[in-house]
Design a protein around this ligand. Structure first.
Ligand code: FE2
Ligand code: FE2
Length: 465
């Protein structure tokens, strides 16, 4: 059929109007899309014990599946490497969230921990019920020595998880395929119990979540009431999926197992905290965990920033409670989320930590970072002068991931945008004693992004703010 010119003109005008529209249309995800089946999905790797000799995997099925197995073998190029592997029986628990608002799902979660692994070795694993299996997925165990390694850290995924966080986390993996794990600093979803949003998170990250262990920690958006009534009464619970779907270290304080924990990885102690509840209790706990840290480096991560990127979102109580502990133990870096913008800076070291003859200006106290990875963006407001801290770098309206490399006495930090531009960089160098040397490297990065020099955010009315 010959197309009439009038139709071509109409099509052109229509396409133009669609392109120019201001309201963003989110994918309309059918609610059934979230539901589990007999085939394992939501597969995620976690450390729950020593990363040199153990690895944990967790996955979801529908409630027909009552058996859980994991198989693991040293990976070789020969496709039947699995003949030298072993099968481990896992555990199964039913999450009955059929009456939990926005979860409305019943699923079985299965988990297995592989133990007795050889350090610094490439393994392949699969999970299933003996009939329905995942693919074979490869991971490397940690070395027992403080060998160099890298890891990724991301702030709030939370909004536009499938449509926009996906490109960010995939760019992170593409930039650092050798990273050993990913820290997710809370607000991984917007609606704590939403099975649909968790399904977005698992779909966006895809096999990255099965390949690089996740170190997740809860943000305020992982807390909500199970029902409308609970919401009205200000009663909230951690995501109903949290404990079933992650298998995390049990070394945290009582009642906060798998919400506050630490992992020792090749000469670095990584401590995750829950900044929503039982903060005093965690202050005591983290004080002890830092005091007993046998390693050279310490990284602490939690959701609510001690130094806010936005002036009206100050968490002064938390800062007064936790900062003296981080100062005392000379924590190297603190990784946070919550403010939906980027801010990176540092505090002065405690005078008593600085050896005689060293000028405080040549060394630094703890570095603090706030970052965002998903689609919701706030303004950066004020600076950190009121908090007796220096903010060295900021960003607005920019999806970022961070890559941190620890190699002997040097910690190199880099922030990258969702399109792979180097946005920020610095190094910390360990001194024999006392605080770290600080090397500013942001001159290697692109100029700062603000709301003024980027694509407008707020025109997208349907997204809210
Ligand atoms: Fe938050
Ligand atoms: Fe958030």
């Amino acid at each position: 059929m010959k197309t009439q010119p009038i139709f071509l003109l109409a099509a052109f005008l229509l396409s133009f109007s669609l392109y120019a529209q201001e309201d963003y249309v989110r994918p309309n995800l059918p609610s059934k899309w979230r539901l589990p089946s007999e085939q394992p999905d939501h597969i995620v790797l976690n450390f729950s014990d020593d990363p040199a000799t153990t690895m944990s995997a967790t996955w979801r099925t529908d409630t027909r599946t009552k058996q859980a197995f994991g198989e693991v073998a040293i990976a070789t190029a020969a496709p039947r490497f699995w003949r030298n592997g072993k099968r481990v029986v896992g555990t199964t628990e039913t999450m009955d969230a059929s009456r939990v608002k926005s979860a409305e799902t019943k699923a079985n979660y299965h988990s297995v921990t592989f133990t007795g692994l050889t350090p610094d070795t490439l393994y392949a694993y699969r999970v299933g019920d003996g009939e329905h299996w995942s693919e074979w997925i490869q991971f490397r165990t940690a070395s027992e020595e403080p060998e160099p390694f890298s890891f990724l850290y991301v702030g709030d995924a939370q909004n536009n998880i499938l449509d926009l966080w996906s490109r960010l986390i995939r760019e992170g993996y593409r930039t650092a395929p050798d990273a050993r794990f990913i820290i997710h600093a809370g607000d991984m979803v917007n609606d704590a119990h939403s099975e649909l949003e968790w399904h977005e998170w698992f779909t966006a990250g895809g096999w990255i979540h099965r390949t690089l262990p996740s170190l997740p920690l809860p943000g305020n958006h992982e807390y909500e009431g199970y029902t409308e009534l609970e919401e009205e009464q200000d009663i909230s619970h951690i995501s109903v999926q949290w404990h079933p779907q992650f298998t995390l270290p049990q070394n945290g304080p009582d009642s906060l197992k798998e919400q506050a924990y630490y992992v020792d990885y090749q000469g670095t102690r990584i401590i995750a905290l829950n900044s929503i509840e039982m903060k005093e209790k965690q202050a005591e706990w983290v004080d002890q965990v830092l005091a007993e840290n046998p390693h050279r480096w310490s990284v602490v991560t939690f959701h609510h920033p001690l130094f806010s990127a936005s002036g009206n979102r100050d968490n002064d109580e938390l800062r007064e409670l936790w900062k003296p502990i981080f100062d005392k133990h000379q924590v190297d870096i603190v990784l946070q989320g919550h403010d939906h913008s980027y801010a990176r800076g540092r505090v002065d070291p405690l005078a008593e930590n600085v050896p005689d003859g060293v000028n405080t200006r040549d060394v630094t106290g703890t570095v603090y970072v706030v970052s965002v990875s998903g689609g919701k963006m706030y303004d950066v407001k004020g600076d950190w002068d009121d908090y007796e801290a220096t903010r060295d770098r900021a960003a607005e309206n920019t999806q970022l991931f961070q890559l941190i490399n620890i190699d002997g006495n040097t910690l190199r930090y880099e922030a990258y945008t969702a399109v792979g531009e180097l946005y920020d960089a610095f190094e910390l160098i360990k001194n024999e004693e006392g605080p770290n040397q600080y090397v500013e490297l942001q001159n290697e990065a692109i100029p700062p992004f603000t709301h003024e020099n980027t694509v407008p955010y707020r025109l997208e009315k349907s997204q809210g703010n």
